[in-house]
Ligand binder design. Structure first.
Ligand SMILES: C[S@@+](CC[C@H](N)C(=O)[O-])C[C@H]1O[C@@H](n2cnc3c(N)ncnc32)[C@H](O)[C@@H]1O
Length: 234
């Protein structure tokens, strides 16, 4: 096996999440059973035709790890001219989001219940996304778990390749040490330009609604860091 393949295999075996069984409410179970076939997209290794999926041409936004989906639902409802794709591995969150899509009658939001790294790599064509949102990724605060953090040079490379030139990656975190490591990665890459960076007390979110994990962090007394990173146009 060549070195790059070994590296690839190692990277794929380290996931940014552990599957938590999590209690599903009855309505979340019904949502996954009945609404996932309607508003969901099955994971597969063939690239998606997003124009066919959404039945139109429009700018497309991907949210990685949307949690319970409340902020994703709010963005989709506020921007009917934009198509949203949410990817999450936590089934109760997927159920919650599906119920929100049904309740609001949204036709510009679809969800995929799978590892977002696989979805980006296999299902999303190059230069197909106007924006990728990564809000409050799992911080993996213990040093021995840092390798599980989703923001790595490989992640930045993968996201950059799926964004259209001029497209943006938005990241937010409430973990200072994670923020420092993201800043350090950004000084070493030419794939993104830092269009805006904010450190704030929860009062200046960067073009996004507040999220559940942000509220949790604020209650713990954490500060918030937001970045808008742009893939250079040329
Ligand atoms: C700390 S929570 C934040 C949830 C939400 N964005 C918020 O701000 O409230 C991180 C979420 O990312 C999800 N996640 C982690 N790695 C993922 C991956 N590779 N693909 C999809 N979801 C992932 C987890 O299941 C979890 O729900």
């Amino acid at each position: 096996m060549s070195e790059s393949r070994e590296e690839e295999a190692r990277r794929r075996s380290v996931r940014s999440f552990v599957r938590r069984s999590g209690r599903m409410t009855g309505s979340q179970q019904r949502a996954v059973r009945e609404l996932l076939p309607r508003y969901g997209v099955a994971f597969g290794t063939a690239p998606l035709d997003l124009d066919t999926l959404f039945g139109r041409r429009a700018p497309r936004v991907l949210e990685v790890g949307f949690g319970n989906g409340d902020s994703l639902l709010a963005m989709a409802a506020a921007n009917p001219g934009v198509d949203y794709l949410g990817v999450e591995v936590h089934e109760p969150g997927v159920g919650h989001c599906l119920l929100g899509i049904e309740g609001a009658g949204l036709d510009n939001l679809r969800v995929i219940s799978h590892d977002a790294i696989d979805v980006l790599r296999e299902q999303l064509p190059e230069a197909s996304l106007a924006r990728v949102n990564l809000y409050f990724p799992d911080p993996w605060p213990k040093k021995r778990h840092h390798k599980r953090r989703i923001v790595t040079p490989g992640f930045l490379e993968l996201v950059a390749s799926r964004l259209v030139p001029g497209g943006a990656l938005h990241i937010a975190t409430d973990w200072e040490h994670y923020a420092e490591s993201i800043d350090a990665l950004l000084t070493r890459t030419s794939l993104f330009e830092v269009d805006e960076r904010r450190a704030h007390g929860g009062d200046r979110p960067l073009d996004r609604p507040a999220t559940k994990f942000e509220q949790r962090g604020l209650k713990l007394g954490h500060r918030i860091w937001d970045w808008r990173l742009v893939r250079p146009a040329a």
